[in-house]
Design a protein around this ligand. Structure first.
Ligand code: IMP
Length: 430
């Protein structure tokens, strides 16, 4: 099997970084294909925690190429900040060898960040709760054919031409929103200086990944966010601005559709969401707080407390339908330890009717009352367990219930935050 894609099967923050880290051992390339620095994963480098938002998770293994494809929106200031942080810890010995950034990727410009923040601040109700990183405004410009792309940062004249197509409009909008406008010359100076620093790693990542796959190399595609945040298939409008499903690997890197390979869905043993939007199984009670505290459910990008609730099986089945998971990884099973009983959502009561599928109409989901099945909890510490058979019977029954409800085997189970606190039932590379 040449390639594997890691997909967040819920609303993001499923623990994809740990799974990528696990799989990266045998990968030759780790590739990002969508999203931007709205994502975040924490790596422990030399005993110190480093949160990376753009650099793929394979970076700490020196033999691996880490590439960022044209489907990603890139904030050069953040990207270079991450490079600096890793270099300061001697964790990035050979930058040019390890990192590739697609010249076609769109740039998150300072005015995108300002617009994202100002628009959210202006909304009284109905805030999306974005990460404020400029993701939506940058993708808007891609679709509107007026983005600045990474390659444009290498030529001040070309960048000037690009800005002439957009800057007046951006500044007018920013002034209307009560924000300082941006100066053309200052932007060119700042952004081309960043471009010069990026020059050694700018390349054609699509050509590189295609060649790697043709040569039989192992490529790991690292998804960001989760299925329910997909701009077309998620809980619109409370979504991010990119496609997060496995289909976007091909468009985000420039690959034939058949190259996507094995699709692995990552799901937490419960559910979390950051930002606004419908979340039928959300718990506003002591159990919700228990999940938040025990699971450390605070955003790695914004630090916001995550909303917590029970596992939603119709939503997970929907994620499987959109992605065709060959396997599931169930993370943070240990967080459920100590609960007398564990609920799983098996349907929604909407207008007196029980629906066993996720409704397409977002308004219906808002009023949906979850229908639960109650399973027995367990109290034994499972963080030291390494085989499925050694899990308490109730924990095994919980996993089997999920497998039966989704029709997807749970091949890996997370039982603690550490790299080794993982129970592997079969090889995810297939
Ligand atoms: P944006 O992607 O910053 O525009 O935010 C849109 C929505 O997606 C908000 O609800 C964010 O909280 C959510 N979101 C974006 N990135 C992530 C992520 O990596 N994990 C979880 N939620 C995210």
């Amino acid at each position: 099997m040449g390639s594997v894609v890691i997909i967040g099967a819920q609303w993001g923050d499923e623990g994809k970084g740990k799974v990528v880290d696990l799989l990266a051992e045998r990968a030759e390339i780790v590739a990002r294909y969508q999203g931007g620095n709205n994502a975040g994963h924490t790596l422990v480098v030399g005993g110190e925690k480093t949160v990376l938002h753009l650099i793929p998770s394979g970076i700490l293994r020196t033999s691996i190429r880490n590439v960022i494809g044209q489907g990603v929106v890139v904030d050069p200031r953040v990207f270079l900040g991450e490079i600096d942080a890793l270099e300061a810890r001697d964790a990035l010995p050979d930058l040019r060898h390890q990192l590739g950034l697609c010249h076609r990727a769109a740039v998150i410009m300072p005015y995108h960040v300002a617009l994202d923040k100002a628009r959210e601040a202006r909304l009284k109700g109905g805030k999306i709760g974005t990460t404020g990183r400029g993701i939506g405004p940058a993708y808007e410009d891609v679709a509107a054919r007026r983005a600045v792309r990474v390659g444009d940062l290498l030529d001040p004249e070309l960048l000037g031409q690009r800005l002439d197509r957009v800057l007046d409009e951006k500044n007018a909008l920013l002034e209307w929103l009560g924000v300082e406008p941006f100066d053309r010359a200052a932007l060119i100076a700042e952004m081309t200086a960043l471009g010069e620093r990026l020059r050694p790693i700018i390349c054609d990542t699509g050509a590189e990944v295609r060649a790697a796959l043709e040569g039989g190399k192992h490529v790991l595609f690292e998804g960001a966010q989760g299925v329910l945040l997909d701009v077309l298939h998620g809980t619109y409008p409370f979504v991010t601005s990119s496609n997060t499903i496995a289909g976007s690997v091909a468009t985000g890197l420039g690959l034939p559709a058949h190259a996507v390979g094995r699709v692995i869905g990552i799901a937490k043993a419960y559910a979390t969401r950051v930002g606004a939007g419908p979340f039928p199984t959300e718990l506003d009670d002591a159990v919700g707080q228990h999940l938040r505290d025990t699971g450390g459910e605070y955003g790695s990008t914004t630090g916001r407390p995550r909303r917590c609730g029970w596992l939603d099986l119709p939503a997970l089945r929907y994620a499987h339908a959109l992605n065709g998971f060959g396997a599931l990884v169930l993370t943070k099973l240990d967080v459920l330890t100590g609960l007398d009983s564990v609920e799983v959502c098996v349907g929604y009561r909407i207008d007196g009717q029980v629906l066993e599928v996720l409704p397409a109409d977002e308004a219906q989901l808002v009023g949906a009352e979850p229908v639960y099945e109650t399973l027995t909890g367990w109290s034994e510490d499972i963080t030291g367990v390494r085989t499925f058979e050694d899990l308490p019977e109730a924990a095994r029954a919980y996993v089997r219930y999920i497998e039966d409800a989704t029709g997807v085997p749970v091949e890996v189970i997370g039982v603690g935050p550490g790299r080794s606190e993982t129970l592997i039932r079969s090889d995810l590379w297939g």
